[in-house]
Design a protein around this ligand. Sequence first.
Ligand SMILES: Cc1ncc(COP(=O)(O)O)c(C=O)c1O
Length: 412
Amino acid sequence: MGDRSVYRSVGQKEDTDGIARRVAQITVSAIKQMPVLASKVEGCISLGQGIPSFETPSFIREAVIEALRSDHAIGKYSLQPGLSELRIEIARHLQQTKGIRIDPEKEIFVSCGAMEALAAATATIVERGDEVLIPSPTYSSHIEQILFAEGKPVFVPLIEDQEWKLDLEGFKRAITPKSKAIFLCNPMNPTGAVFSQEELETLAQIALEHNLFVINDEAYDFLVYDNLPYFSLTSIPDLKKNLITTYSFSKMFCMTGWRVGYMYASARIVDQVLKVHDAFAICAPRVSQYAALAALKATNGKDGEGDRSIQQLVARLASRREIACQRLNNLLHVFSYIKPRGAYYVFPKIMIKEMGSMDVSLDLLYEAKVITIPGSGFGPSGEGHIRLSFGATEEEINKAFDRIDIWAKNYR
Ligand SMILES: Cc1ncc(COP(=O)(O)O)c(C=O)c1O
């Protein structure tokens, strides 16, 4: 059995004397802590962090290799908001996928992953004491980003027994004079829910009625199963003045390590967020911007190399989703679950009465050698659940579930 106290010490029990409150009060998310703990346990299989098992497609890597050879500027800063050519490609891509016309000069900036854009956007609009309405469970880093900006996350529980739907009445009830923004992620990490057009239009209406910003994380917009229609908040023209949307190259092109994403918002907001981007990053890594450019240039929504790689990725993740769900069907005495509709996570409810999410995750780590993420890291309604990612290979997923099957026999 490993040292369970270690887990709590990461980001919580450290010496915070003299450390600013905004930093002392936040933690490294459980998503990142579990792999750190697991690095000390030999032979683990990961259903933890959301990293697709696939390599960055070779056409992207080849384009970067060529640029490394021939482009003398590749080691230099780019323009602070990102390479102009890349912003033009991003605008074209958003026009193609969302049907929206965008000014690439003024309404987009390229960030160090979606994460930096989300943190910079939150820091730009949230100040001490501002309330930010956020579904629970939700992606852990959104919570830390609000806290870092010294805002107050106001959790609005999702409706679990209705496939994790938004509780729109709950959002209305949660609004106070201090409400500043709504923070949303669609498709949802960790539940795998995909919100409907009707839900999102109502949410937008609520935001507009109360003049709230909406920070909208669409890192998984391409990853929806069963031909379910996908609706983006960016398609609501009236919301544009209040909306900040972020996208990522990490998942769509298997580029988690390149650290490149972007933000789309009105020029007024982009201008302000760029000040934070300058203070924290200057610009996204130029070499990664070249990779992003190669990715989008090959993606025309039909038959480009990029399109084929995305189609393949979605098909393979869809079959991994089936495997994960079939294996969970044999574990219903320990986990009940809702089949995810998007992203590559499933968020089962723990059916073992005496165990919380941390107990289960640590047990699985030390006894079954399977990395999972405790639901407590995803907001108050995450407790009582664990998050499993099915980004790993089919073989790894099956092996991990073989181990979980053996572990679960303790609870027959
Ligand atoms: C919902 C969500 N948003 C943002 C990110 C981070 O994206 P990026 O790698 O582009 O920073 C992740 C990563 O897992 C995520 O799940």
